[in-house]
Ligand binder design. Sequence first.
Ligand code: GLP
Length: 627
Amino acid sequence: MKSEAEQFEKIPVTFHETSAEACQILAVEVGSLIRQRQAAGKHAVLGLATGSTPVPFYRELIKMHREEGLSFNNVITFNLDEYYGLDQQHRESYFRFMQEQLFEHIDIPEANINIPPGTVSRKEVYQACLDYERRIDAHGGIDIQILGIGRTGHIGFNEPGSTQESPTRMITLDKITREDAARDFLGIKNVPRFAITMGVGTILRAKRIVLMAWGENKAQIVRKAVEEPSTDAISASYLQSHPNAQFLLDRGATSGLTRECQPWLVGSNEWTDSLTRRAVTWLAGKQNKPILKLVDDDYNEHGMADLLTDQGPSYELNIRIFNELQHTISGWPGGKPDAEDGGRPEHAEPYPKHSLVLCPEPGDELLAMGGTINRLIEQGHRVDIGFLTSGNLGVDDESVERFAEVISDLVSAEAVSATAWEETTRFAEQLLLELKEKGPFGDDTETLRTLKSMVRRSEARHALRTCGVANDQVHFLDLPFYENSRYRRFHPSSDDADQLCQLMTKVKPHQIYMTGSASDPSSVSGVCYRLFRDALRASAKYEWPEQCRIWIYRSQEKPLESHEISMAVPMSPDQVKAKIHALAHYNNELTETGVESDFAIARVYDDLGLAEYEAIETFEAFGDFRT
Ligand code: GLP
């Protein structure tokens, strides 16, 4: 008989607290398959994936090879996909990715590795795809297929519209997929338009399939694939028809499933304060009613009769939750001086406060809390901003080009004396040459990367100045884990955490704002969040943390939901305009949608029957930081 959760989940889901734990377990399964086959003198056929998701799994396999002597001699691999048009040595080719992340660290024979060919001519594509399928079949099919999931719900590169029977073929990449890859390729215009991918049909022929997903940014697409009817709009949902498919998730990626969001629908509950708040706000949304208009029948009809028995009747429960939410709203994010602060999110004392806003990359501070920074400053607090990374990987070549061209033009327009500017002009010419030599796909030279950091720094300073933050309150840490690497290849060390700890110790904040608590651990914000936890632990020996409150802000992709919010800072229409104006200083595609989630949460509060604001920025209180 199906468990209650399984009535919603159409694919078996296994959940682990962290991706590291999940990968360890999967690696043990794959390791024992390889050993069993070795003992029987047979091959094990693995279907492999790229992207950041499988990287910790590959690390586990490498560890087993090194520490336990697991041999890959009898392993045959088939990769899901490859960008079309990239030669094997291109730094973003999946061929190279697989070499760097797995193959060059294990003893797999080169001849056993199969990756769809990205460089065959158009005329040869059809035949090459057919050959790929035949080769899989000739080896008896794939024993375990590893998958990640893209933001469009794709597996491999099976974009929306792919049919359940689709074979290995060439595909046009979706706009969202190309946007997601833009950072790896240092700009969307460098991202290939086509790829060769195993089809959904090819994948479904594997004997066992494990789809992995980490972090809250995957939560919504995971929910759709697992709980909604299968559709060609989300190719991962086709796994519902497979007899031995499994979703392997961490906490963040599970957070959209009914078992997490509406656990009262899938079994009996302990009605904790946070679950009660979640249930009541959900019910109001479902019934399209403000909280104070919910009646007993609404609760009874939605599996919450026991909540009423526990905490009813409905009007009392409604008022309690309404008041709790009402108390999250505060125009005083640094606390209201001289006011009774029992019902307010932040303490009145000390006043004024030192607030430290930590950001994985420049731009995060404004997107999440441009209005709040403004209020803090207007209310007399000191706000320091700490950028953990330079964000230079997000700056396009054009910015460097523009800088170099302005210098050259100044000289040729005789606006400055050519002799005095001789060296500067040479420098500008050198930059243009370096850009040309590396081409759109090449790695930035050190000078180019430094210059890109400077571009982002200047954008950040200008943007923050419009919010009233002076230059000496803006700290650029340029943490080494980022400077020395590229997206998906980050290896943080204790140096990174030490530098962050030093900044916190210097500022001695009364409040810290930070993000990344439920992000994919391999993303910039996921890495930064772990460093932050390390830095906090290292700071526990000082006095300042005793008075310090920590507020978590979220990314645009997965804003806080009403039941998670501990502080909601409202914004007037003029404050929204000021935020948009400040965001415009960043030459960054994200800024276009910068205030959408602020509008959305204001609408949610309004619909719940709370005050109607133009926009709201939201924060969650952090638990005990010594844990
Ligand atoms: C690309 C790959 C997919 C992968 C997806 C998600 O589109 N072709 O196989 O699942 O990216 O990548 P990530 O794991 O980095 O989130």
